[in-house]
Every structure is written in C-alpha cells, then in structure tokens.
Design a protein around this ligand. Sequence first.
Ligand code: PGA
Length: 242
Amino acid sequence: MKYFIANWKMYLGLAEARALAEVARAAHSEENTQVVVCPSFAHIDAVGGVVRGSAAALGAQDAYFEPSGAYTSAVGIEQLKELGVSYVLVGHSERRHYFGETDDVVNKKVKAAYAAGIQPIICVGETEQERSAGQTKSRVSAQVHAALQGVSVKKVIIAYEPVWAIGAGKTPSVEDAQSVHRMIKQIVKETQGAECSVLYGGSVTQDNLQAFWNTPDIDGVLVGGASAHKKTLISLLALLSH
Ligand code: PGA
C-alpha cells in the first residue's frame, strides 16, 4: 500500500477545505493507494461529510492523549473517531517546534491512537543544524525509538520529514531519503517485527512527486503546501496513477 497524505495545516477557510475535499473525493482511486486528507480540527466534520463513502480517508493533524477530562481546547482521539477519523499525524515538526511537543508526549499520543484503533502517522526528521553536524540518522533513530517505546503493534506508519525541507522549497536527494527510510524500516523490524510504511514529506510538489513515489522504500508522501491548493492538489493526485 502507498499513501498520499494531504496536510492542510491551518491554511484554509471552510469553503476552501470543502472544495479540496471534493477534489479528493473525486480522485480516481488507484489500487494499493490510500489518499488521506488532514484538515484542521475546525473542518474535520465538514470535510468528513464530503469524503465519506469515497476512497479517500479522513485524518487529523494531531490529537490529545488523554481519553477525556478537564483539558480546555484539547481534542481527544475518541472524539475524532466519532467523526470518522481513521488516521492521525503525531509529532509533526510544527507541533514539536511551536507547541513544545516532546518525544515523551509523542509516545503517549502514539499509544493513545493505537489503543483507540486509529492509525498514527508518526512524524520524524532532523533539523538543519543536526544535518550539518552529520546527526541525521542518529536523531531520526532516537525519535523513532522514543515514539515506539513500549508499543507493540502490527502496522507502523512513519513520515520522514527533514525539518529543513518543510515549506522550504528544498528536499534531500531521493537517495539520501531512501537511505534514512531503510534505516527506519530496520529499526521497526527489530523493535516491532511489524509491517512498516515510511513516507517522505517536505516540499513535495508536482515536479518531484514521482521521483519519491517511485523509489523503493519510499511508501508514499506527506504533502503540506502543495496539497492545500485546488490546482496543485488535482495535478498531484493525477500523477499517482502514472
Ligand atoms: P510542505 O509540508 O509540503 O509544505 O513542505 C509538509 C509537512 O509539513 O507535512
């Protein structure tokens, strides 16, 4: 199975989110390809209503790990499940950077997602500084180990998103990404013995999608900016069948 995950971040208004959801709903569904749209919490219900019954699945950009309680503004996994959410991004670099999400919190969210039967998409990636210091693999390895600490599951999805590539118009070479993907798969094999899909994310566009998509060990993409415009989303989805 290959995955195309659209992360609309906080880019859209309700009407735009609905329009993009219509695009995902209408997309030709390729066998062995899962399209997942991740709107903001504010639009989950509306977008879910549009994609329901189609081949596209509904994802959330985050979820809190506590099952319920006095946690003002938090959104729980069971609440998301009620709205038809089946995937959740966990540990996106913007969550780690702007909202202080630690490896420990990421681990709690991963556990909560599995416990609720929602598939987490665990986001990992090194910063520019770590990359320059030659620490890409050690940093990514540490994040993967931490996220899966105490977890024993059958299916793991990880998104490798170098922080320096996100929204930056630059990407690692396909070979460099592939080498990190291989390492991640090895870690998951050793620690979980689980099926593992590793997606690439960070400045994926119509120009580079196929290079990543068609490379072994790259099991799909997590797309931010380019998935949040109707025209580019249509082109990206059309490319999946080539
Ligand atoms: P980008 O974002 O495609 O805009 O670089 C990817 C992401 O943050 O998931």
